[in-house]
Write a protein that binds this ligand. Structure first.
Ligand code: C5P
Length: 303
């Protein structure tokens, strides 16, 4: 029997390193980033619909605020793009069950696009290669390829040119979520503004971070976390500085703004430390809500 529907589970990401080079003439920045996929998942279900009905979308779940339910949703663009490339008409309904924080620096929109590419491939039996899916992903957004790959990876170029990284062990995270998002382009612009007069060196991978990941050493990973967008994010959202401090005071091994923010990521020693920190952050009154997760986990997968 022909498959009528598929569901894809896709993780969020945190950047263990996000080193930002100067702004290029195309407006983008050359990056060196180290991604880790973490266990907060969206579920994207694709169902074939009547010929001529095109791509439709519905968003459900506990993190739906501000997610567009129209053609501007990156998942819709992903379905249209892969159908165009494989030359068929995309008549499909997309249901996104969201748990990844929206506009939070955890690549929620990119994750749904990644899941849609993987799901369309399975639903329409396209037999796209991994390379083809990654290339389509990078047309949609810089983080999309990583959410297809998952695990731990180094991203260069716009962050979309990936090499799998060696990492041992499981890392425990607590995320402090904000109710109001931050726009990625405005955080990059603020970063440019703050750097205006300075010479910016080409970014390179942190050896200390790579060694720490190889050694399964969460303390050393905590010490090596680096995000060049952090000062821009805290400049636009000063309350983040306080959240970072509260987490450090309560014993986090590392505290960092996740991607372009405003989600703040805390690395902790183990599950128990994560529970303690989650309680402390909530009790502090400076954090709206918290989420806990572990990483690395696989990328977008049909379930
Ligand atoms: O590629 P994506 O659409 O996810 O990027 C969103 C925005 O983030 C871009 O419009 C750009 O302002 C900024 N960006 C950047 N350099 C990168 C990746 C993203 O300036 N390497």
């Amino acid at each position: 029997m022909a498959l009528n529907s598929v569901t894809v589970k896709v993780p969020a990401k945190v950047n263990l390193q996000l080193s930002v080079g100067p702004r290029e003439s195309d407006g983008y920045h050359n990056l060196v980033t180290v991604f880790q996929a973490v266990s907060i998942f969206d579920e994207v279900t694709l169902t074939k619909s009547h010929e001529g009905s095109g791509v439709t979308i519905a968003v459900t779940g506990d993190q739906t605020h501000g997610v567009p339910e129209d053609g501007s949703n990156l998942a819709v663009k992903a379905a249209q793009l892969i159908a165009e490339k494989f030359d068929f008409s995309a008549d499909v309904h997309i249901e996104v069950k969201k748990s990844i924080p929206v506009a939070g620096g955890m690549a929620g929109g990119s994750a749904d696009a990644a899941a849609t590419l993987v799901g369309m491939d399975a639903l329409f039996k396209l037999e796209a290669t991994r390379e083809e899916l990654l290339a389509l992903g990078s047309e949609l957004g810089s983080d999309v390829p990583f959410l297809i790959l998952g695990g731990t990876a180094i991203g260069t170029g716009r962050g979309d040119q990936l090499t799998a990284a060696l990492s041992r062990g499981t890392y425990h995270w607590v995320f402090a979520l904000s109710t109001v998002g931050l726009s990625t382009p405005s955080v990059y612009s603020e970063c440019d503004r703050m750097r205006a007069e300075r010479e910016i060196a080409a970014p390179k991978v942190s050896d200390a971070l790579m060694q720490a990941l190889l050694a399964a050493n969460p303390e050393a990973v905590g010490d090596s976390l680096v995000n060049d967008l952090q000062s821009a994010a805290t400049s636009l959202r000063p309350a983040l500085t306080l959240i970072l401090e509260v987490g450090r005071d309560y014993g986090a091994l590392g505290a960092i703004v996740s991607g372009s923010g405003p989600t703040v990521a805390f690395l902790v020693a183990d599950e128990e430390a994560g529970l303690d920190l989650a309680v402390a952050l909530t009790a502090s009154g400076v954090v709206g809500s918290v989420a806990r997760a572990t990483g690395p986990v696989p990328g977008a997968r049909v379930i």
